[in-house]
Design a protein around this ligand. Structure first.
Ligand code: FES
Length: 141
């Protein structure tokens, strides 16, 4: 029996979440190896197409991490991200793809512990859900 090892894409805003991930690394916190981090300038830059592309490319889960509300360097980018992710999750809802596979959260630059916890929670959630059902975002191989 092979153990399911989830693949998770984390889209991290450059100004807060990416530094939070860096802080977690510098502190040598326990971070699961299942996450592929992609730096974006702002969580508000993350389009539905980027999220769907990550699923199509093989991700079992996608997490978008931006600055805490009120701290976005582009003023309201993270609020735009919130609206987009809520909409995208509602689009996923009637499909066999569980909306829990897409998460949005906030991590500031100094919150290495928060970053590590958010990632651990996501890995736990996706591990419980199992692999993304094939045929919805990716072709059977
Ligand atoms: Fe971080 Fe906008 S710059 S969410």
């Amino acid at each position: 029996m092979t153990l399911f090892e989830p693949k998770i894409v984390a889209l991290l805003c450059n100004w807060c979440a990416y530094d939070g991930a860096d802080a977690a690394g510098r502190a040598r916190l326990d971070i699961p190896p299942h996450v592929r981090e992609v730096r974006v300038m702002c969580s508000g830059q993350v389009s539905p197409g980027m999220v769907l592309k990550a699923f199509e490319a093989g991700a079992d889960g996608v997490i978008v991490l931006g600055c805490q509300p009120g701290d976005c360097h582009y003023k309201e980018g993270n609020l735009h991200a919130l609206k987009r992710i809520v909409l995208l999750r509602s689009v996923l809802n009637p499909t066999p793809v569980d909306p829990q596979r897409l998460q949005l959260d906030w991590v500031s630059a100094g919150q290495g512990h928060r970053y590590a916890q958010v990632v651990r929670d996501m890995v736990k959630r996706i591990t419980a859900l199992g692999p993304l059902p094939s045929g919805h975002f990716r072709e059977e191989r």
